[in-house]
Write a protein that binds this ligand. Structure first.
Ligand SMILES: Nc1ncnc2c1ncn2[C@@H]1O[C@H](COP(=O)(O)OP(=O)(O)OP(=O)(O)O)[C@@H](O)[C@H]1O
Ligand SMILES: [Mg+2]
Length: 344
């Protein structure tokens, strides 16, 4: 355009006046046309810009809808996982209560028989009944069963409270608690499952009270012990079935709890998946695969500890939990090994 103007101007300087006038007119017309088409272009592109702007704002609205939908779905899935987790945890103590009912029933039947014999007042029948009923065993076993059922009921109540306080789970302050007491409670709850078939060996160190949410740590013990019992009851190993519970002081602010069984072990191919939510090798209805993922969350996220599995297939499994004793050292805690050694 500029070149064209210069060449016309050059001609203007050289040409006669009429020619000069017509060329000037022509130039003016050209300029006007150019101007018009430029204006058109600007109008089109500003229209295009407006269209694009509308399109983008439409997309932004859609994106916002999608985001809020995703947040909602995320909340629902968290809620679903939480409910599944709580249902999983409630299932354990309910099973103890339910599992103990037949024994209570048996003992109560025996005691009623004795009572009836006394009511009949015949000396022979009283002696015969007392001989047929193991009163000494009932005296010893009945309070234990009732204790275990009471603990089960307490655990259910605590879990329901946990459900109510779910969104404030991290707020209630931790308290110094006796881990050994928690282990004893848990063993009592599981007694009906391991009773005659599995020997429990305790190698307990002299550990101080640990600052923790004891209900949650008990939940971890419950899951690890239940898994060990499941593994042993399913296996047909020739040697006596055994679970070893060990506690050990690691340093002035760390201790570890190990739960080892001499069951079938964990196949190498699945060792890295054990802590994934919903990972299970148990048949549908027998395992949800949530136990270890709940343990992992409680130990690492809530208590700043570590949990890992050491297993050699065919030789047994050890789950090792490492915990800080005082939580104020949480951030400066010694770095504890993240690796999962494969041999116990
Ligand atoms: N002591 C163990 N010995 C062998 N395998 C184990 C042991 N502990 C856990 N596992 C394996 O880890 C898997 C996951 O365990 P997790 O506790 O998360 O779920 P689950 O026991 O299958 O189901 P749930 O805990 O809901 O009953 C188990 O299915 C089992 O294959
Ligand atoms: Mg389990």
């Amino acid at each position: 355009m500029a070149n064209a103007c210069f060449s016309i101007l050059a001609q203007v300087l050289l040409a006669p006046q009429e020619k000069l006038l017509s060329d000037l007119l022509e130039l003016a017309q050209k300029l006007e046309k150019e101007n018009y088409s430029l204006k058109q272009e600007v109008r089109h592109s500003s229209q295009g810009l407006e269209d694009q702007q509308q399109h983008y704002s439409h997309l932004t609205t859609q994106l916002e809808h999608l985001q809020s939908h995703l947040t909602h779905m995320e909340k629902m899935s968290m809620l679903g996982q939480m409910v599944a987790g709580i249902a999983h945890e409630i299932n354990n103590p309910i099973t103890f209560i339910y599992g103990n009912l037949p024994y209570i029933e048996e003992h109560v039947q025996d005691l009623l028989k004795v009572l009836q014999a006394y009511q009949g007042n015949s000396r022979e029948s009283i002696v015969a009944t007392l001989e047929s009923v193991d009163i000494a065993f009932i005296q010893e076993d009945l309070p234990r069963i009732v204790d275990s059922m009471k603990l089960g009921a307490d655990r259910v109540r605590e879990l329901v409270l946990t459900l109510r306080n779910f969104y404030r789970l991290d707020e209630p302050e931790m308290k110094a608690a006796d881990l050994h007491e928690g282990i004893e409670d848990t063993l009592l709850l599981l007694r009906h499952r391991y009773k005659s078939e599995i020997e429990i060996v305790k190698e307990l160190d002299n550990i101080p009270p640990v600052e923790c949410h004891i209900n949650q740590i008990n939940q971890v013990m419950m899951n690890l012990l239940s898994n060990a019992i499941d593994a042993l009851l399913e296996s047909d190993i020739s040697q006596p079935k055994q679970i070893i519970i060990e506690t050990r002081l690691l340093s002035s602010n760390h201790l570890c709890i190990s739960i080892s069984d001499n069951g079938p072990g964990v196949a190498l191919g699945i060792q890295s998946r054990l802590f994934e939510p919903f990972f299970t090798t148990k048949p549908i209805g027998l395992g949800t695969g949530l136990g270890l993922s709940i343990c992992h969350q409680i130990i690492t996220e809530t208590h700043g500890g570590k949990i890992y599995c050491c297993s050699s297939p065919g030789e047994g499994t050890t789950f090792r939990v490492e915990l800080p004793i005082r939580q104020k050292h949480f951030e400066t805690a010694e770095v504890l090994s993240e690796t999962k050694p494969l041999s116990p």
